[in-house]
Ligand binder design. Structure first.
Ligand code: GDP
Length: 321
């Protein structure tokens, strides 16, 4: 079996194959892999943490992969090493994950200064987020100084990504009517920088107007989130976009933000593990309880009590197995 030292040496040397293998290791849920992965992460952590971590979100079609391709190339041309990760818990069901299709970022995929990794398909959001966080440690230790984390604009995955990056970028499009209505309120609160994308050709004026309106609306909400325009297709505005991301990081106490994220993450792990144990210990009665709720002989509240009783009844006194 491959040892921690093999992975460690390979990743620290910046070797792509070892970096990819180490990520495969942290994505695995097999207990022996988990143990090896944790040992590796402990060794790698002192070498990680030096990258700019940027989350990129937006509804499907907003232009995320196009902007990652062009912004990524803009950065590698300026001597950065760019890693692209993704959080897409739906990739299991849809069969094809975001970033899974290499043709989406053909140029960046072939760029020796870039490293692209599709979303893990670990299933639950918690599992996918864990694997992506650990992959971030690996790519940082491998020397990538910019980490872009793409997320689909649905569900809780945006919060999960905002909780692991220094700057959360929301890509949006010019729409007619109320700009704010097109964007989910919760996502607006997560955004550190907003870019109205596809500001090119005939859309350019509309994009500029949309950015002005959005910026004005945000000021009314006492938000100072910068709004700018860009085009992933032509590259217009990418320099300003990157400058804005860097500015945000310079104006933020990043060390404090990352420490808070660690605390949040601890709770998130605790909740996930608690839930996993509940499901495991309640498994023998789950089918029966669900059937009774389905046919109306048990109320959901009493059913929940029974699941929890099964959990508590089987718990060892120390609370661990
Ligand atoms: P994603 O689903 O958010 O990753 O969006 P894609 O990057 O796949 O882009 C969706 C569609 O919009 C594709 O047909 C792109 O060619 C187009 N597109 C992406 N960025 C731009 C842009 O900056 N300008 C224009 N005009 N079209 C764009």
């Amino acid at each position: 079996m491959t040892s921690t030292e093999d992975y460690l040496a390979g990743v620290l040397a910046g070797d792509r194959r070892w970096t990819a293998r180490a990520i495969t290791l942290v994505e695995s849920t097999r207990p022996d892999h988990r143990e090896l992965a944790q040992r590796l992460l402990v060794e790698l952590t002192p070498h990680a943490g030096k990258a700019r971590r940027v989350g990129i979100s937006g509804v499907p079609g907003a232009g995320k992969s196009t902007i990652i391709e062009s912004l990524g190339t803009y950065l590698t041309e300026r001597d950065h090493r760019v890693a692209v990760l993704a959080v897409d818990p739906s990739s299991r069901r849809s069969g094809g994950s975001i970033l899974g299709d290499k043709t989406r970022m053909a140029r960046l995929s072939a760029d020796p200064r870039a490293f692209i990794r599709p979303s893990p398909t670990a299933g639950t959001l918690g599992g996918v987020a864990r694997a992506t966080r650990e992959a971030m440690v690996i790519v940082e230790a491998a020397g990538y100084d910019v980490v872009l984390v793409e997320t689909v604009g649905v569900g809780q995955s945006e919060t999960a990504v905002a909780d692991m990056v220094d700057t959360f970028l929301l890509l949006t499009l010019a729409r007619t009517g109320d700009q704010l209505q097109g964007i989910k309120k919760g996502v607006l609160e997560l955004a550190d920088v907003i870019a109205v994308n596809k500001a090119d050709g005939e859309h350019e004026m509309a994009a500029r107007r949309a950015a002005r309106e959005l910026s004005g609306a945000l000021r009314l909400l006492r938000s100072h989130t910068p709004v700018l325009t860009c085009s992933g297709l032509t590259g217009t505005g990418l320099g300003e976009l990157w400058a804005q991301i860097v500015r945000h990081q310079e104006e933020t106490d990043l060390a404090a933000r990352r420490r808070r994220q660690q605390v949040e993450w601890t709770w998130s792990l605790a909740r996930d593990r608690l839930l996993a144990r509940l499901e495991e210990r309640a498994a023998p009665i789950t089918e029966e309880v669900e059937r009774q709720v389905l046919d109306g002989t048990l109320t959901p509240s009493l059913a929940a009590d029974r699941l929890l009783a099964a959990f508590a009844g089987n718990a060892s006194p120390e609370g661990n197995e």
